[in-house]
Design a protein around this ligand. Structure first.
Ligand SMILES: [Zn+2]
Length: 475
């Protein structure tokens, strides 16, 4: 697994170098540079502002955000970022993340070494107690098929990607409110988006996950995978794992973030817990571990055999090169898994319409009109609008799918979905989450796939951000 530090620091340095680049270039370049310079000025002002906390050298700033459709949109997103960052600095310090040497792992996710023994012991105890409760015939325990760690440490680079996704979501969600303003890109509009984002997603460097001391747990209760999703609050409250955490997590020095039932913070070595305003880079000396013995990470069975990959009925074997299959097998092996099923591959416009239709009428996570609008870009949204129009007009499923297909063809299939790409230049496929196993297996798989992202894998979108674990690989 590849874990931040050098790679990301140099990316930040490259970005900074671009900002300071010489004059010249195309007019578009100059506009870009002006925006970046403006963004940097705002950041400099922040750094110099008198207050409890300042941005450290190398912090991720709005200058790192890329281009949007129009210069207005690009500048707007940077102002939202700056405003949210400024708010965060009023009460918290920027944290730059951990070095490789500071990281351990729990259940396939990286975590601060200080919290690793407690975290492992907690997961082992939860699984042992689940088994005991199941053997005793406890109905709630019997309906719980997996407990594990969804994710723990996230470096600021990963949080930048997560923030960008959240921005897209809340930019869309606040559209009506913003459009009522005299200036839809003015300060009031910025404030509206910031207000929507603050309770949902921290700017990079301010998430508790960046200290490596937070865990988002995952579980499967009644066949439903539960993750970091506010929409699942009631399901979490009624889950076996949440009840267990309430009873026993404190033994392992974890406490719940009151606003999120899945998010628990470890007490040991938390820089913010002490209110000590250091640079934000130093790590406290390790806290004494509890008496509970750390669980050993047993080598998964069958890890020596080469993992098997099968294709679902909708997947086209010729759309995935053998070199891409090899990479998938490596990811499976790294996660200690033995098999996976590819549920979908590159699609024709007809296939794409059918797949979108299924996800629009589906009721699972990531499905339904709202979730799909968040997933797709503007071209995909246009196809979704056709679905809504035709459905509300009482068309039959076949007529709806035909109208969606026509819209896809009209827009250009590759603009709607990367799944419509040419398999000769980009292999696009989804791995069925159900083919991997329980929540722990999912987490291990996601961690292993993320380790390849940016290298042999050009893009990876985990379930439930995508309906399947989505891969894009250049063959
Ligand atoms: Zn969390």
């Amino acid at each position: 697994m590849r874990l931040l530090t050098e790679h990301h620091r140099s990316a930040a340095a490259r970005s900074a170098a671009r900002v300071r680049g010489p004059d010249g270039g195309s007019p578009a370049d100059r506009v870009l540079r002006l925006q970046r310079t403006a963004g940097n000025r705002a950041v400099t002002a922040l750094v110099q502002r008198r207050g409890p906390h300042r941005l450290p050298e190398g912090a991720i700033t709005s200058a790192r955000l890329g281009e949007l459709g129009t210069p207005e949109e690009t500048a707007f997103r940077r102002r939202v970022y700056d405003a949210q960052q400024e708010r965060a600095l009023r009460t918290k310090r920027y944290f730059s993340g951990l070095t490789r040497a500071q990281l351990g792992s729990v259940d396939g996710s990286p975590i601060h070494k200080v919290a690793e023994p407690d975290a492992r012991a907690l997961v082992a105890a939860a699984r042992a107690d689940l088994k005991t409760d199941q053997d005793a015939g406890d109905a709630l325990a019997l309906a719980c098929s997996a407990v594990g760690v969804g994710n723990a440490y996230r470096d600021p680079e990963r949080d930048l990607r997560a923030w960008t996704r959240a921005y897209n979501k809340y930019f869309k969600a606040t559209k009506k409110k913003r459009e009522k303003l005299d200036d839809p890109f003015g300060d009031d509009a910025v404030a509206i988006v910031v207000k929507a984002l603050i309770p949902k997603k921290a700017v990079p460097g301010f998430s508790n996950h960046t200290t490596g001391l937070a865990i988002d747990f995952s579980t499967v209760q009644g066949g439903v995978p539960l993750g970091p999703d506010a929409g699942q609050d009631e399901l979490w409250a009624a889950s076996w794992l949440y009840g267990w955490l309430g009873r026993r997590a404190s033994e392992f020095r974890f406490t719940q973030l009151p606003s999120e039932k899945w998010h628990w913070d470890h007490a040991g070595g938390s820089p913010d817990a002490t209110g000590d305003a250091a640079t934000g880079r130093t790590t406290r000396s390790p806290a004494p571990t509890t008496a509970a013995a750390p669980a050993t990470a047993a080598a998964p069975a069958g890890a020596t055999a080469r993992p098997g990959v099968t294709f679902g009925s909708r997947a086209v074997t010729s759309a995935v090169a053998s070199s891409s299959l090899d990479i998938l097998r490596d990811v499976l092996a790294a996660a200690g898994l033995t098999r996976a099923t590819i549920s979908s591959t590159a699609r024709t416009a007809t296939d794409q319409a059918r797949a979108m239709y299924q996800n629009l009428v589906g009721r699972g996570r990531g499905q339904g009109v709202e979730a799909q609008l968040r997933l797709y870009g503007s071209a995909g949204d246009a196809v979704i609008n056709v679905f809504v129009e035709k459905r509300d007009g009482g068309s039959t499923p076949d007529a709806i799918k035909a109208a969606m297909r026509d819209k896809i063809v009209e827009l250009g299939p590759t603009r709607v979905s990367r799944h419509c790409g040419d398999p000769a230049t980009l292999n696009v496929f989804d791995v069925a989450p159900s083919s991997l196993g329980d929540a722990a297996a999912q987490a291990a798989f996601v961690a292993a796939a993320r380790g390849e992202e940016g290298g042999r894998v050009s893009r990876f979108i985990p379930y439930p951000d995508d309906p399947g674990h989505h891969f894009e690989i250049r063959p």
